[in-house]
Write a protein of this length. Structure first.
Length: 177
């Protein structure tokens, strides 16, 4: 399998810092309390890092939630006969807050649809926005990201992999063909 490096290390960090700045810029427009919710698995460490980057810019660290969408997937039967369900932890009131869902790669839009469905089970946010490190196109649902780290054009059969230090031992965006 051929790998093409899209970004890593310092460049990866710069992408995160730019995304944090974009969130801060939008959040100062009088929206309700800001919170970040990471979609398992790699969205969680990305949300934690973004919160740390937002804190000095906004003067407060936004609360962070963790969302497992396993049981909300529309392809659950095809994925596994015994799915592994991990914990969801949203330690703040979802109702009337401004939530930024954080994920690694936006592809068909089905993960995001499942995440929104799971999130509203906890309350009705005033606003939900989507942040992804990579948008690779090929949407099957009418979903778009409000914050995009990198646009990576792909062929449908290619894969984009976002590696994070906390899970993979390094930060990188890879295109696999």
């Amino acid at each position: 399998m051929q790998q093409t490096l899209v970004a890593e290390g310092v460049e990866f960090g710069k992408i995160l810092d730019r995304l944090a700045s974009e969130i801060v810029e939008k959040s100062t427009l009088g929206v309700p309390p800001l919170a970040l919710v990471g979609i398992r698995t790699r969205g969680v460490p990305l949300a934690k890092r973004l919160a740390a980057l937002i804190e000095p810019k906004l003067g407060a660290r936004p609360p962070i939630g963790t969302l497992d969408i396993t049981l909300y997937r529309d392809d659950l039967i095809a994925v596994a006969s015994q799915p592994i369900v991990r914990s969801t932890d949203i330690p703040f009131a979802v109702g009337n807050s401004s939530i930024v869902l954080v994920d690694d790669v936006l592809f068909t839009g089905r993960t995001v649809r499942a995440a929104i469905t799971a999130l509203v089970d906890f309350g009705r946010p005033r606003k939900i926005e989507l942040l992804v490190m990579v948008d690779r196109g090929w949407r099957e649902l009418p979903i778009h990201a409000d914050y995009v780290g990198a646009q990576v054009p792909t062929a449908r059969e290619q894969t984009v992999q976002v590696l994070v230090e906390e899970e993979d031992g390094r930060d990188a965006i890879l295109l696999l063909a």
